[in-house]
Design a protein around this ligand. Sequence first.
Ligand SMILES: Cc1cc2nc3c(=O)[nH]c(=O)nc-3n(C[C@H](O)[C@H](O)[C@H](O)COP(=O)(O)OP(=O)(O)OC[C@H]3O[C@@H](n4cnc5c(N)ncnc54)[C@H](O)[C@@H]3O)c2cc1C
Length: 319
Amino acid sequence: MTDLPADLTAELLVEADVAICGAGPIGAATAYFLARMSPELRIVVLGDDPDDDPGHVSTYRYSGGSIRWTWADPVKREMTAETAEFVQGLIAEGVDLAAIENTYHLLHTGEHIPALNISATRLVSHLLERAADAGAQVIPGAVVEGVRPDGSGHLIETTRGTIRAERVLFALGAANARLFPQSEAELEKRQLFVLDLPVPPERERMPHTIVPVGEGFGYAFVKSVEGHLRVLVGQEDIVEDDDLSGPVDHWETLLESGLATALPWLRDAKVEQILWGVDIAEKKLVLDEPAPGLLLAGCGSSVRSSAWLGRTLAERLAA
Ligand SMILES: Cc1cc2nc3c(=O)[nH]c(=O)nc-3n(C[C@H](O)[C@H](O)[C@H](O)COP(=O)(O)OP(=O)(O)OC[C@H]3O[C@@H](n4cnc5c(N)ncnc54)[C@H](O)[C@@H]3O)c2cc1C
């Protein structure tokens, strides 16, 4: 746990039953389910702003938003099937999640896997709005700096002041590991290429395209990032080094191992930046409780499991 100085000087901003630190897919979904499940609880959600978060490339803001629910593994199948049903319910209600159907496919095998692509950013905004409607207090621009025990509860230090809460969920994505280096969650390095490429209208709806690369996969999708339409190319499982501190250049490997054959126009792209992100390899819920009532939650591909994660964590926090 992060140690804070004993003489905290910041004023107590708010007192809550439950504080949710981090307003990504896990935090927003937990707030959504908890606020509806337990309206009597005082729930606070602490979020930061992208401008204050130079490391946000590893967050949901860059996610492909792919929701695939035909997994062989029964746990992953349950997590994704529940989320798919939830998301389809929102779409049926008229919530615009920028969904595209049937877009997850392996070009080389021709296997077509039923799936949805949604905007993770829109999903998170929607969940937070609904959580606020149900009584949760969302405090934007509150960067969490540390936490320490306080009697039966916890004091959370943020850039906007101190929050006291009985129970706390840390759902800061990759940042959980920076604040809690002793966490069990394993970080996985991903490589992400943000390409400046003219995107004609037919490519704007380009599906989340997956191609086998070496022993893993490469993927490409079009995304609006910070107001620009960009092509994002990423990789899974082909980073050979264990150094999590910076990028490695597998752009040529990706192109030559199948991606350029499948999507020849990628050869015209100028790689504007090479960024890296981290994810949690298992794609299942990793939950630590370093102190009673202090939960650390992480999950790889948590957009596609967000409803299951939110409900599961809300049940735990409501108890
Ligand atoms: C390129 C790429 C493609 C991906 N594609 C998919 C996909 O197709 N489908 C899928 O399901 N998943 C995908 N993922 C994975 C998915 O984005 C992550 O699993 C998910 O974002 C993790 O959610 P989270 O809520 O745990 O954390 P995050 O998304 O990291 O959210 C954490 C939030 O906490 C904030 N935060 C961080 N530090 C602090 C702090 N100190 N104080 C306050 N707030 C803080 C962050 O800014 C963010 O808002 C992809 C990821 C990447 C990088």
